[in-house]
Write a protein that binds this ligand. Structure first.
Ligand code: FES
Length: 163
């Protein structure tokens, strides 16, 4: 069966071939992982945060598709130099726009990138007093990552049960 290639934007293809900020960060202040069992892919996000809550460096590791690598890479580029408060506001739609748009079946890949970023920001405040701009409720992007992880667990149990 032949596969129809996805209509990826040139920006996605460029970032997929030459991703910026790819790799584990040894001196990260915080890190977070998010998974997407819609496809079984995972992403890790690393942030180096300075004393005044500015993101000095951001990097990622992705075990995902081209859209995931591209959106994660652009996310690290966008948030670098931003205060955590401003980085938090970045939405998956802005990320999708920044890579020239995502095919509909790849929306979740961009959502996963922002979900991992937000998780890393929450991680930072786990050991610090929570600022007023950080909501108690999980955001759509975070919920998405969470729901998908729960789904994965159910699926892996089912698959495990059948083996
Ligand atoms: Fe898995 Fe894109 S298809 S992250």
């Amino acid at each position: 069966m032949s596969r129809v290639p996805l209509p990826y934007s040139p920006k996605i293809l460029e970032l997929f071939r030459n991703p910026k900020n790819l790799g584990k960060m040894e001196d990260a202040t915080v890190s977070a992982v998010a998974g997407s069992p819609a496809c079984g892919d995972m992403i890790a996000f690393y942030l180096k945060i300075s004393g005044d809550e500015t993101i000095e460096k951001a990097s990622f590791e992705s075990y995902g598709c081209a859209a995931n690598i591209a959106t994660a890479s652009i996310t690290t580029e966008i948030v670098k130099g931003k205060r955590l408060k401003d980085a938090w506001k970045l939405s998956w739609k802005e990320v999708a726009d920044a890579v020239g748009g995502l095919p509909t079946v790849k929306f979740h890949c961009g959502i996963l990138s922002v979900g991992a970023l937000r998780r890393a920001v929450r991680e930072y405040y786990k050991t610090r007093s929570k600022p007023s701009w950080l909501p108690d409720e999980l955001t759509v992007e975070e919920k998405h990552a969470l729901e998908e992880e729960e789904l994965a667990e159910v699926l892996s149990k089912k698959i495990g049960g059948k083996a």
